[in-house]
Write a protein that binds this ligand. Structure first.
Ligand SMILES: [Zn+2]
Ligand SMILES: [Zn+2]
Length: 329
């Protein structure tokens, strides 16, 4: 499913095309894709909230498939192994961020389905050092949402600083939040979930939310930390209003609408508003281990590859809860 030109999803911008099977470069592997999860970032790439890096482009960055062909220099994989490919496609390895363990902030990164063709396709190539073994206790469909929704949710949870106790707010309850709530509950955190849709609130209650409601409702308590998943600057400011002293709001999105002006009291005393960006390979590996250990469950709406436009539109219109996954091979 190829994006030739960024456009509103109402115009069915992704097109089913026949393309040559890609050949791996010396340090790459070719993957026969079985499923690819959908992320809100794909929506921003397709509709143009994120400027295009490469057109045409095949989106998709929560890929599960089988290694099919090895580049001439690849020694760490063999044919037939199941692997996952996330958003971080490749880093430069040379900038000061790469050299200090913060490759998520690399000066010259490539992202899957943005700078390089992704997983809304039967085949893709990826650098051998940037693909991952997946936990054996997950099917392909179950594993796909771990790769971005799960990893980014986990990274946001780490950024809140909450370990074993406290009140955590989740603002927006889509693919990422329905995974992170399970990690948070396992840590013993009390979780407060804000969403506009009853479907999402119902799923949050099912997964152990202590409180669920809309942003204008009284939570009955102030939060130690919150993670904002919805791409709304207004919601970020509203989330700050729910914060206790010394609390922290983490924005998990790659894009958000502008923030309205707000009173200093929303970040005083010692309240913090921050964001997380991309991820490191280390984080991906760590989260995949945690998911396997905690038996994190993912719930997905499964679509055929050629229904990618509909699947994305349903996310845009908040018509589905949990994750969405395209079945490819
Ligand atoms: Zn993503
Ligand atoms: Zn770098």
């Amino acid at each position: 499913m190829v994006l030739q030109r960024q456009a509103s999803l109402e115009e069915d911008p992704l097109e089913l095309l026949e393309l040559p099977v890609p050949e791996p470069r010396p340090d790459e592997v070719r993957i026969r894709v079985t499923v690819c999860g959908i992320c809100r970032t794909d929506l921003h790439v397709v509709e143009g909230e994120l400027p295009a890096h490469k057109l045409p482009i095949i989106p998709g960055h929560q890929i599960v498939g089988m290694v099919e062909k090895l580049g001439s220099k690849v020694v760490n994989w063999s044919g037939g192994e199941r692997v996952g490919v996330p958003w971080l496609y490749r880093t430069c390895g040379e900038c000061r961020f790469c050299r200090s363990g913060r490759e998520n902030l690399c000066d010259n990164p490539w992202f899957t389905g943005y700078d390089a063709d992704g997983g809304f396709a039967e085949y893709m190539v990826a650098p051998a050092d940037f693909v991952y073994r997946l936990p054996a206790n997950y099917t392909d469909v179950e594993a796909a949402p771990l790769l971005c929704a799960g990893v980014i949710g986990y990274q946001a949870l780490q950024a809140t600083g909450l370990q074993s106790q406290g009140k955590l707010g989740l603002f927006g309850f889509g693919s990422s939040a329905h995974i992170v709530i399970q990690v948070a509950r396992h840590r013993g955190l009390e979780v407060y979930v804000v969403s506009r849709t009853e479907k999402e609130l119902a799923l949050a209650r099912e997964l152990g939310a202590h409180w669920t409601g809309r942003i204008d409702e009284d939570m009955g308590a102030f939060l130690d930390a919150g993670i904002v998943f919805a791409p709304s600057g207004e919601l970020l400011v509203e989330a700050l209003k729910k914060l206790d002293k010394g609390g922290r709001i983490v924005s998990a999105g790659i894009y958000t609408t502008p923030l309205p002006g707000f009173d200093y009291s929303l970040i005083y005393p010692e309240k913090c508003l921050t964001s997380i960006a991309h991820t490191t390979r280390e984080n991906v590996k760590r989260f995949l281990e945690i998911a396997a250990e905690l038996k994190i469950k993912t719930q997905s709406n499964v679509y055929d590859l050629d229904d990618a436009n509909i699947a994305l539109l349903n996310i845009k219109r908040s018509k589905v809860s949990g994750s969405s996954v395209l079945r490819v091979g």
